[in-house]
Structure formats: structure tokens, C-alpha cells
Design a protein around this ligand. Sequence first.
Ligand code: EPU
Length: 312
Amino acid sequence: MSMWNKFILAVRPRLGAGTRLLEREALAAKTTMRIGGPARVYAEPAATEDLRVLLLEADRRALPVFMLGRGSNLLVPDEGVDGLVVSLVHDHWQRFEPQPDGRIWAGAGLRLKNLCGRATKTGLKGFEFLEGIPGTVGGALRMNAGAMGGWMFDVVEEVHLMTMAGEMRVMSKTEMHVEYRICAELRDAIALGAWLRPAASAPADDIRRQIDVYQKKRLESQPREPSAGCIFKNPPGDSAGRLIDELGLKGERVGDAEVSPVHANFIVNRGHATSADVVALVRKIRARVKGERGLDLEPEVLLFGRDWRDLL
Ligand code: EPU
């Protein structure tokens, strides 16, 4: 019997009825790039205890675990992932709970769009920059996602997380190591949710007006085709998109993977792009930027189950 079959036999009787546990679940449709193979085992826990059971058992058997948020900053290999992929999409993780003291509890599975929409309706301001990011609260914490001059940890007070060994931790923002597109504590732990602090109260119409400004800017400057957002981190003080654009790489293709003619730091899927196409295009761009500008562009997008350093 394979190690995965043993894992499933061990966990299934201990999981609640609402928790989904599937084998060889296709991941492409769960990513914004629409690329990649299946997860060997895929789980949607419906309770904190079920998440703990899954993590503990995987840890005990030394099986790899990967978190899937909204899949918007992710490249899944064509062969899929030989691991347990965990997604916090169940309602249990999607709570939005404003408190009388002004804080908001946001579950890790809550979509940023919903966080922003509900905060607006409640008359709480400060989340507008997150509206157009196609991610979840958990993914945005992991990546310290950002746009329009703000980033996720601007609005965070405290994060509740679970270690890969199933232990609960509560960490205040000041205890965490947060930088541009990375939160070190969440590299090997899972965010369950966070206490967020709005900037201020404001009339919903005013908040909506600001969201419209950001939305317009995004629509004008970013492509509509499937992508994983910006593919490279911006080098300090510079813009990867502008650099790639200046080198005339817009429209460059490998298979159906294309450097977007709208924004050069986006690789779009023109139909049937594979993960290998995207990696080949990333290599091509990096080689040109290195050759002509002497800069090493670092991928921003996470590669499931692999290390970019092994592929570049
Ligand atoms: N530019 C070009 N050509 C291009 C793309 C950009 O000349 O093809 C120029 C723009 O005209 C502008 C400058 O480069 O003067 C910066 O471009 P932009 O405002 O689009 O911002 P960015 O630095 O490319 C960052 C984030 C985005 C975020 C936007 C908007 C990174 C890697 N990217 O992009 O985040 O949406 O700001 O705030 O930090 C993401 O992380 O996936 C992402 C899309």
C-alpha cells in the first residue's frame, strides 16, 4: 500500500463530515493561471481540529504539505504535486467579524474582494488597495500582498497560525518578520486568520469612490487574460515591468505563455500554456535582463513543490 493510501486510511475516520478529502484532484482550475497537474491528495478541512488532524498525520509520516489560497500567485508544475494540498475554502475559514472596539476578525479563507466589500458596507476604510487582488486573506498574509502603495501587513494587528506540527500560535505584527512580498513566519506555518485594524470610519460612498479609482488604474495597466499577477519582484527602487518592457520583450512567447503586451511583468496564458512554457519564458526574460542590465530578477510567483533556484 502506498504511503498516501496509508495516510488517507489513518485520517479519514478522524475527520468531520464536512471535510473534503480527495485523491488526484486537478489543480489547474483552482489557479488564476489555469495551469498545472493534480494534487496527490487534496483536502478542504471544515474545522480547525480537522486541519490539525491532517497536518499532524502528514508531519508524523514526513509527507509534504502545501497550502493553496486563491491560486493567484502560484505556478503548479505540469506533473502536479506529490503532496497534500490544503485549501481553506470552507465557510468555516471565511468569517468577517467587526468588533465594537473597531477591529475586524478575518478568516484566512476570506477573499480579499469580500473583505473589502464588507468593510465598505460597514463603513470601515483602509482595505481599498486590496480590492482588485484576486487572493484570500491567508495568501495575502503569506505573501504580504500589496498594491497601490499599500501592503497586507499595513492593516494587520495579530495573526493566528498553526504550525506544520498542528500547534496553534498567536503572533502580533511586531513579532513577525515581514518584508516586501514575504512573511517569514508563514513560510512553514499556516495562517488561520487575523485581527485587522481599519484606518478609520468613513461613509461607504467615499470608500467606494477610492476603490473605483484603483479599479480604473488596474484595468488600464494590467492584462485580463489568465495570469499569476506580476511574475517577478520589483528590484529595489526599480520596476521589473518597466525594465522588461524597455528590452522590447512584450509579446515574447514560449508556446502559449506570453509576456503581456499590456504589462511586461505579467506572463499570460494565451490558451494552452504549460508550466514548462512559463518556466522557459521566465528563464528567457531573466537571461536578457541579466545580459543587458546586469540584474538578477527574482520570481515573485510561488512554484508549488519545487524551488525556482533549481529551475533557473
Ligand atoms: N511600466 C512600463 N511598462 C510595463 C509595465 C510598467 O513602463 O510594461 C511602468 C509603468 O508605467 C510605471 C512603472 O513601470 O511607471 C510601475 O508600473 P506599475 O504601476 O504597474 O507597478 P509595478 O511596480 O509594475 C506593482 C506590483 C503590482 C501592483 C502594482 C500596482 C510588484 C512586483 N508589482 O507593480 O502587484 O498591482 O504595483 O500597485 O510589486 C503582484 O504583486 O502580482 C502585482 C501585480
